[in-house]
Design a protein around this ligand. Structure first.
Ligand SMILES: *Cc1c(COP(=O)(O)O)cnc(C)c1O
Length: 361
């Protein structure tokens, strides 16, 4: 028998979240972001869930090739652009749109002897100071790109550092608009947070990622409050039950001690499955559908839970680590991280079951 841990990915939830992103930005194009293997959900699953997107955006060129092999004929946008001249050649062959954030990338395009084939998204650095051009350099790069024969269209983009905070992207948006004033081309600015919170940044094409998978982009707003549905559920089962006396400890380092007699359950899920080792005692978890909390240190293959709220649960009882009952964001917050990291870290040893209510197209 396989170990009882199982992740499920709900294609209807992915579709629902994409439709919600679209309703938030009516009339705009939607680039569904599928980098990092569809935020850990599996590239093929993301492709099924986002078949209605206007385009897919990612950073890995091998994954772009896979999407083409799997039949995606729509636009693909490479969010970090080309890493070398060979990537630019692949972009021509496979019709990939390229972000340009660096002068070297312009040189690779200038060296191409190809008919007008490549769509470029020129990146403005609006304050993140990670990728992109500022002010004059941005306008100069735009001018230079517009003279390259192999470039078909130039769109303008930026990525916000603080769109999840109230008013956090307003100044960055102003900087972008000042730099882009008068330049032709479509605009693409909004990640999930700006899609949900900053309509003035919707531009021509939004680029939602995390919201499509049903997690929140904001520290202080639950995904559910936006109407999002969790796409990934991580489940396992109790494989043992222990009865502790007052003062007994649980797990490595004996970091948790029972104050009074209590029953605890041992779950077949650990950090080698992608569950965060930093999750402290008290991290939410559900047993038999009832909310309870972890106790003690997370180990490689196991973690322990308080069975106080579920006195009848025994070995074999169903456990949800995160998903529909326990928001992934709640586990992340308790562990000092974000839902993004947990979903991307789902380990390869965890089997994934795909739920779909419609036949594949
Ligand atoms: C990852 C990424 C996004 C999506 O961000 P979310 O916060 O997941 O919505 C959008 N744009 C760029 C450039 C990105 O790298």
């Amino acid at each position: 028998m396989p170990r009882p841990i199982l992740a499920t990915v709900s294609i209807p939830a992915l579709r629902h979240n994409l439709a919600l992103a679209r309703r938030n930005a009516p009339g705009r194009s939607v680039w569904a972001v599928v980098k990092a293997d569809g935020y850990g959900h599996g590239l093929a699953n993301a492709l099924r869930g986002f078949a209605a997107a206007d385009g897919l955006a990612l950073v890995e060129f091998d994954a772009a090739a896979r999407l083409r092999r799997e039949g995606w004929r729509g636009p693909l946008l490479m969010l970090e652009g080309a890493f070398d001249a060979e990537d630019v050649a692949q972009a021509v062959r496979e019709r990939l749109a390229l972000v340009v954030h660096e002068p070297r990338q312009i040189e690779w395009l200038e060296a191409l002897r190809a008919p007008a084939a490549i769509d470029v998204y020129l990146k403005f650095n609006s304050g993140m100071n990670r990728l992109g051009f500022v002010q004059r350099a941005f306008r100069d790069a735009c001018e230079r790109l517009s003279r390259i024969g192999a470039v078909r269209r130039v769109a303008l983009m930026t990525h916000f550092a603080n769109a999840d905070l109230p008013g956090g992207a307003v100044e960055a948006l102003e900087r972008f608009e000042a730099a882009a004033a008068g330049l032709p081309g479509a605009r693409s600015l909004a990640n999930s947070a700006a899609t949900l919170l900053l309509p003035s940044a919707h531009g021509d094409a939004i680029r939602p990622g995390i919201m499509l998978y049903g997690a929140t982009p904001c520290d202080d707003r639950e995904a559910r409050s936006f109407g999002l549905r969790a796409a990934m559920t991580l489940r396992s089962r109790l494989i043992a039950v222990q009865t502790l006396g007052a003062g007994d400890a649980v797990g490595y380092g004996s970091t948790f001690r029972a104050e009074r007699p209590m029953r605890i359950g041992v779950v077949a899920c650990g950090y080698a499955d992608g569950y965060p080792r930093h999750a402290p005692s008290g991290t939410p978890v559900a047993v038999d559908g009832m909310l309870t909390a972890t106790v003690g240190r997370v180990a490689m293959d196991m973690l322990m839970v308080d069975l106080g709220p579920v006195p009848h649960a025994g070995p074999g009882a169903a456990v949800e680590l995160w998903g529909e009952t326990v928001p992934i964001d709640a586990v992340a917050r308790a562990s000092g991280t974000i839902g993004y990291e947990l979903m991307c870290a789902l380990a390869p040893r965890v089997p994934v079951r795909v739920l779909d209510d419609a036949p594949a197209p």
